[in-house]
Ligand binder design. Structure first.
Ligand code: NAD
Length: 433
């Protein structure tokens, strides 16, 4: 089928590339000219394992195209996917301005019957509004149907997730449209769950809110473990053996970040508030996460009277491993605070440094390796559990002024750190040095 994808961020580009991989003819549209130029030269503007290779392959097969021109991009499309951002507004609600603009672009430029598929995470009722906006501005006499198709991919394993996801959710009030998009997705071989539009919209928020709840829950347990000398990793393992609980998303650390959980949890609190429902549990989840990001700073401040002039190494800057995405990364809050306290901060990230430079303080110093960041420092903080960091030779910490490692992701074995003689503090695991 002919498919247009509007927005080529983490979701749009992965969607477009994967749809072309299963045989569709896909045109990706973005308003960012520099991005489109890059993609037309076969270069992915984002880091995502396997994406570049699949992109090049499908460009060469002549079934993947990029343009800034909506009319050209929509030409002959059987389906138009909306994958633009829905960022957080100041009050926590989701900003629909990009989605609304795309609805208007569709109304002006589509020239044949089209199914509009919303991939962006949007508040309940948005797909109905998208249809209203398109109908109200429609230039040509064509039929428009709408399908809600929320995205569940995880940055860092987005391609893998697209072909091995747990489910594809399709919400529509049009059987014809739902069946057509089911057909589009068949090549992924992933179970398809069809429902109504509003339930589909809610499934996305409820899923993210539940996963965020699991993370905040285990972090609270970790904080108690810290105080009662229990080991949260053993606790999580023992809990996860119960199939009703499951062993996923029970990894204690310094909380969730990224472009989804922080904004989607706050948006769901707003969605509930709009219908006069106080989502107390989720408010607690958000509060716990904010507190958790400060944990490394608390542990560091307990060790030093002042951080003025101290050299602090920060390993990992991206919000999680295998991505260059820095949105809502814990490193932002942590490095800003360190710099405010007068520390000299030396950061290292295998991939996200360019994006970090646009978001972190210009007082940050960036190093090209773990070794360079760590050497001569008074303390090392671990923020992102990249494989390269988890598998570093522990002797590297002996090049510090004093080997003090405060690990927000529980990367190392307590025994091994002890063996090498490193003062090691982690999350919810006993510190006996
Ligand atoms: P992003 O910010 O990375 O990309 C959005 C892209 O849309 C940008 O390239 C921007 O230039 C483009 N754009 C904006 N307006 C446009 C227009 N009128 N026409 C064409 N292009 C336009 O966003 P993202 O992270 O890919 O997220 C997109 C949506 O998917 C959001 O609603 C997000 O909540 C949701 N989502 C994201 C993830 C994730 O892991 N990033 C996962 C699931 C769902």
């Amino acid at each position: 089928m002919n498919i247009s994808v509007v927005g080529t961020g983490y979701v749009g580009l992965v969607t477009g590339v994967c749809l072309s991989e299963i045989g569709h003819r896909v045109t990706c549209i973005d308003i960012d000219e520099a991005k489109v130029e890059k993609m037309n030269n076969g270069i992915s503007p984002i880091y995502e394992p396997g994406l570049s290779e699949l992109m090049t392959k499908n460009i060469e097969k002549d079934r993947l195209f990029f343009t800034t021109d909506h009319a050209n991009g929509f030409y002959n499309a059987d389906a138009v996917y909306i994958a633009v951002g829905t960022p957080e507004k100041e009050d926590g609600s989701a900003d629909m301005k990009f989605v609304k603009q795309v609805a208007i672009d569709i109304a002006i430029d589509v020239s044949k019957d089209t199914v509009v598929v919303t991939k962006s995470t949007v508040p309940v009722g948005t797909n109905d509004k998208i249809k209203e906006v398109i109908q109200a501005n429609l230039v040509n006499n064509v039929r428009i149907d709408v399908v809600s198709n929320p995205e569940f991919l995880k940055e860092g394993s987005a391609i893998e997730d697209s072909f091995n996801g747990d489910r594809i959710v399709l919400g529509s009030d049009s059987e014809y449209a739902a069946n057509l998009i089911e057909e589009v997705n068949k090549g992924f071989g992933v179970p398809i769950y069809k429902t109504d539009i509003r339930s589909a919209e809610m499934i996305k928020y409820a899923s993210n809110a539940f996963l965020a709840t699991k993370i905040s829950f285990i972090n609270e347990i970790a904080n108690i473990c810290d105080r009662v000398n229990a080991n949260v990793e053993d606790v999580a393992k023992g809990m996860g053996m119960d199939k009703r609980i499951g062993d996923k998303f029970l990894k204690a650390g310094i909380g969730y970040g990224g472009s989804c959980f922080p904004k989607d949890t706050k948006a769901l609190i707003q969605i509930a508030g709009n219908v006069e429902y106080d989502f107390e549990l989720l408010k607690g989840v958000v509060k716990v996460n904010q507190k958790q990001q400060a944990l490394l700073l608390d542990k560091l401040n307990e060790r030093f009277d002042s951080l003025e002039g101290k050299r602090i190494a920060v390993l990992g800057l991206a919000f999680k491993p295998n991505t260059d995405d820095m949105r809502e990364a814990a490193s932002i809050v942590i490095t800003n605070n360190l710099i405010e306290q007068g520390a000299e901060v030396f950061g290292y990230d295998p991939i996200a440094t360019d994006n970090a430079k646009t978001l972190l303080s210009d007082k940050m110093v960036y190093e090209g390796s773990v070794e360079a960041a760590v050497e001569g420092s008074d303390a090392t903080l671990i923020i992102t559990e990249w494989d390269e960091i988890k598998h570093v030779n522990l002797e590297v910490f002996r090049s510090m002024k004093y080997p003090l490692v405060i690990d927000g992701r529980n990367c190392f074995s307590l025994d091994k750190m002890k063996e090498v003689g490193i003062e090691y503090h982690s999350v919810g695991r006993p510190t006996d040095m």
